[in-house]
Write a protein of this length. Sequence first.
Length: 430
Amino acid sequence: MELSIIGSGYVGTTVAACFAKLGHSVTNIDIDEEVVERINSGDSPIHEPGLGDLVAEYGGNRLRATTDYSAIRDTDATFLALPTPSHEDGSIDTSIIKAGARSLGETLGTKDDYHLVIVKSTVVPGTTEDMLGSIIEETSGQTRGEQFDVAMNPEFLREGSAVEDFLNPDKIVFGTENKRANERLANIFEPLIIKSNPEVVETGIREAEMIKYANNAFLATKVSLVNELGNICKEYEVDAYEVTDAIGLDERIGERFLRSGVGWGGSCFPKDTAALVAAARDRGYEPSIVEAAIEVNNKQPKRLLNLLENHTDLPGKRIAVLGLAFKPGTDDVRNSRSIPIIEELQNIGAEVVAYDPVAVENMREHFPNIEYVDSVSLALKGADGALVVTDWDEFSVLNDEFEQMKNPIVVDGRRIVNNQDNITYEGLTW
């Protein structure tokens, strides 16, 4: 099929490249000319394992990019994969996706045959039908349910494994309002369904919108609960990982997302939990469990620093921060746990030296004046302490590097460090 995708961020580029791999012809539409040029030349605009290979193979062929919305006229369906960032109160900012919907509608007004508009962005229930559908109807001059339909197809991609997640999904959710829209969605995903045989959930549009929030809120709450249990285990000198290994054998709990540590970050969990809280309050309901999950998560970086302060006075000390990305496998630093850690170290008066294999340049935008180095060895050389914030594999095999520290004190926020004989080691959990 001929598909168009508005937006070339983490979701838009990944979805476009994966659909191209599945045999569709895909056009990415983006306002950033540099991003467009990179995709057309076969160069991925973002760091994501496996994505570069797909863009290199299909870019300029089955996958192309443009700034021109008129390309939509030659496609059968359009995915809206635009950001919905947070307002200060946690509610979502729909200005970007509304602008995309207007431009989309203006183009659809010049198209004669049926078109399906599929929202991939994370939006609160009612947004797709009441807001975006109405905008497209108004700007196109067409009638929804006749010349076009809207649908919701939430994404469940994890940064660092987004390509794998798309091509081997646990589930695919079709949120539609009629049979015709559902059939077109099924045709789009048919190659993936045949290949991977995932569960296909066919539901209403509002239910599909809510499924994404419920999915992320449940996982975020699970992580925060495990971190809370890990904090309690620490107080009793109990190995939290042995505890979670045991409870994970209970099929009602499951073994995934049971690694306690410094907390969750990224673009999804913080934004989506905040949006769910704001949406619930808007209807007069206080979501106390979700609020508690956010509170626990926000406290974890301070616990990491407190453990370091138990071993050394921080003012004036050189502290190595190992890991800047919010998780391994990505260069994304949005809501990374290293951000509040570096902020607090600066407030205390410590000297920060930071290292990450891929995320240095992105973090430099947040902290242009701290020292960045190109290796773990340089980060640890002469350091008075080290904090492990991201569980990159290379941090698990450190040994001789610790001997370069002025004071070999390491606080591990991810339980990744294996060799502890020659250092004063403190884990966030035992």
